[in-house]
Design a binder for this molecule. Structure first.
Ligand code: AMP
Length: 278
């Protein structure tokens, strides 16, 4: 695996492999099987797979976990090497945001609700860095997890609006055996919190089961999920919301095109999960 830390190295790698299709997996590191599932898809569908690791300062709020976000660089490189990644783009913050950087990308409607409301500026940071990375890497395909559902919808919209290079592909959420969605932030959980955290996926499953049994009221379905979170001792809940799976607008009646999304704190870890009703 080639490690590309500056623009010369990146451009040189692209030149040397210019005949090969390129699949791109952007990450913030602290890699787990979820990230590796994206890499496996990138490898299967392209001649070359390139990952990036960049903990993007502009997508963290002032009181969020930017400085404490895990950065296990050596372990990450080992995982990528073992998974057969061809190249790792590992830029410095100065490379991505040089002095006098002035541009941000704002995606309007889909960045407003849910995490957009709770984390002001977050999606502008995501949209801006993903635009920069797609422009730098120039992939044929780029892979994003459906675990970050709102992020995925936003990137799809942005890539279409701005004609960004590469097809945007969503990959199914990878979960632990008990259902907890893999996340770099699961590292923050102690044993008791880890037990509690499974409630997010249980809540989604219970709501979907009620939908499958005929319940169509978003209010009732959200209440079912909320109850599970509360019974499990999860009190700081940012949202439990049933939305249209394409536009993320609220729905009057649950349908197979709906998705339920949850964000809640377990200890200091802010966890998100979602489940499509289709
Ligand atoms: P992150 O490093 O958290 O920014 O995530 C990098 C990419 O991996 C994003 O596209 C995430 O949606 C994706 N990802 C994170 N967790 C999972 C998971 N459990 N299953 C599938 N993809 C994931």
């Amino acid at each position: 695996m080639e490690i590309l830390t500056d623009l010369n190295a990146l451009h040189d790698w692209k030149k040397r492999t210019s005949k090969d299709s390129r699949g791109f997996v952007p990450t913030m590191g602290a890699l787990h099987q979820g990230h590796l599932a994206l890499l496996a898809r990138a490898k299967a569908e392209n001649k070359r797979a390139v990952c990036s690791i960049f903990v993007n300062p502009s997508q963290f709020g002032p009181h969020e976990d930017f400085s404490s976000y895990p950065r296990p660089v050596e372990a990450d490189q080992k995982k990528l090497r073992e998974a057969g990644c061809d190249a790792l783009f590992y830029p410095t913050p100065e490379l991505i945001y040089p002095e006098n950087f002035q541009t941000t990308v704002a995606v309007e409607a889909v960045s407003k609700p849910l995490c957009g409301e709770k984390r002001p500026g977050h999606f502008q940071g995501v949209a801006t860095v993903v635009t920069i990375l797609l422009n730098l890497i120039q992939p044929n395909r780029a892979y994003f997890g459906l675990k970050d559902y709102q992020q995925f919808i936003l990137i799809k919209q942005m890539a279409a609006d701005l004609h960004l290079p590469g097809e945007i592909i969503g990959v199914k959420t990878v979960r632990e055996k008990d259902g907890l969605a893999l996340s770099s932030r699961n590292r923050y959980l102690d044993t008791l919190q880890r037990e509690r955290a499974v409630a997010l996926s249980l809540a989604l499953k219970e709501a979907k089961a009620a939908f499958s049994a005929g319940e169509r009221s978003p209010k009732v379905l959200e209440a079912i999920a909320l109850k599970r979170l509360k019974i499990s001792g999860i009190e700081k809940i940012d949202y439990v919301s049933l939305r249209d799976g394409r536009t993320l607008t609220p729905v009057d009646h649950a349908k197979t095109s709906s998705v339920m999304l949850i964000a809640a704190y377990v200890g200091k870890a802010r966890l998100i999960d979602n489940l499509s009703f289709g």
